[in-house]
Design a protein around this ligand. Structure first.
Ligand code: FE2
Ligand code: FE2
Length: 409
């Protein structure tokens, strides 16, 4: 056991760490990982309040995770519970009070809430000690609930959460709540920008860009960890990639409706104009104030490049649209090739095409998964980076789950 002062220093440090993350999905994952590590908890969940209900938004379970192949992630389904006294999380959100329960299978008879054993029965997990905190922002408003499950001793036997841990987790939960609220505002702002692009191109919808962002973050994590990129660095890159990938087609706001909404095939001149959405989008982020701007710039510019060099816009100056010196070939644009294309560009190309093929579009029905996967595999080395396609196939279970999380056009 560490002493009180060390614990306090550690919790302050953790609170500072989560303040760095800007994307909601990445943030929830980091919050739960760090909170669980702090009390050595086997599992945990975060519920987020939406439309007057609590959505089961993110969960981790070390015991069930261990039964999976290395690198695989636990797939879970989202559901909603009412904010009332019937459930433990509902009660915490309803009353704004923390609950520290030693064993949820032996609740005192007078409490209004009960424990739902359905998850345990389905998975074989035994939930025992549970610490539940409301995530409070200013004016006591509650945006969700943080739940930590089965604290452990050093020898990994399950123990109750201690009284001393309560204020520390509370401090962390309050900081987490503020970070989540900020990340939700950022996400909402990005989705508003996407709505503008969507008015131009009806294919660029909120669900599509959310899926592309999440797919890209997953594929990146697998690819980067195989390459031995340090864990900390992966987390930071995933965060900016998740958000930047959402904006891959934002340059379409600058392309005219007559071209974007044309029901027939583009004439060659029209196609040339359409291609400009890559660098027109990049221009929006040319004043690179943050890592996020940098990521959005790179992704917008490079998401239509191809591994074999047959993509666009190639080696151009995004500010003028002109070819860079040394790359002129009779005025023909030569695409960037292989590793000339930045990794974020190569990843978003995979995520965007995968989603486009998997979904129904005005001009085509959704393809069967087998046909989609065959195409992704056979385009490795031509359209896509082969090493990243391997990472794509390795993440497939998680990608399918993301598609369920963000359903719709
Ligand atoms: Fe695009
Ligand atoms: Fe797209």
């Amino acid at each position: 056991m560490i002493n009180e002062k060390q614990a306090l220093t550690q919790i302050i440090h953790l609170s500072q760490e989560i303040a760095q993350y800007k994307d909601v999905d990445i943030l929830l994952e980091r919050i739960l990982t760090l909170a669980r590590e702090f009390v050595n908890a086997e599992a945990g969940s975060i519920y987020i309040k939406e439309d007057g209900q609590l959505n089961f938004s993110y969960t981790q379970n070390e015991i069930l995770q261990r039964k999976l192949a290395p690198g695989k992630k636990l797939v879970y389904s989202t559901f909603s519970i009412p904010i009332d006294d019937r459930s433990i999380a509902g009660h915490a959100a309803h009353t704004g009070e923390m609950l520290n329960i030693t064993d949820v299978y032996h609740l005192p008879p007078q409490v209004p809430y009960s424990f739902n054993r359905e998850y345990d029965e389905r998975t074989g997990f035994r939930t025992q000690s549970v610490l539940t905190f409301p995530l409070k922002i200013s004016h006591g408003n509650i945006i969700g609930v943080l739940q930590l499950i089965n604290a452990r001793n050093d020898d990994n036997t399950v123990r109750a959460f201690s009284k001393e841990e309560e204020p520390l987790i509370m401090h962390f939960a309050n900081n987490a709540a503020v970070a989540i609220e900020r990340a939700q505002m950022t996400r909402a702002l990005i989705l508003r920008v996407i709505k503008m692009a969507e008015m131009r191109d009806p294919k660029e919808t909120g669900p599509h860009v959310n899926r592309v962002g999440s797919y890209a973050a997953e594929i990146y994590e697998v690819w980067a960890s195989r390459r031995g990129v340090p864990h900390e660095e992966i987390q930071k890159h995933r965060d900016v990639l998740r958000m930047g990938a959402m904006l891959h087609d934002v340059g379409k706001v600058a392309i005219s409706d007559t071209i974007l909404k044309k029901p027939a095939r583009f004439e060659p001149e029209e196609y040339e104009i359409m291609k400009q959405h890559t660098y027109l989008g990049a221009r929006l982020f040319s004043e690179r104030y943050s890592d996020f701007d940098e990521a959005a710039f790179i992704i917008s510019l490079n998401h239509h490049e191809r591994w074999d060099g047959k993509g666009y816009p190639g080696h151009i100056d995004p500010m003028t649209g002109a070819l860079l010196p040394g790359y002129e070939t009779n005025g023909k644009f030569l695409g960037k090739k292989a590793e000339e294309i930045p990794p974020f560009g190569r990843i978003v190309a995979i995520a965007d095409v995968y989603d486009a093929l998997s979904c129904r579009r005005v001009y085509k029905e959704a393809w069967d998964e087998s046909r989609v996967l065959e195409t992704m595999r056979s385009d490795a080395g031509t359209h896509f980076d082969p090493e990243m396609i391997d990472a794509f196939f390795e993440s497939l279970d998680v990608l399918r789950h993301i598609a369920d999380r963000y359903p719709g056009e």
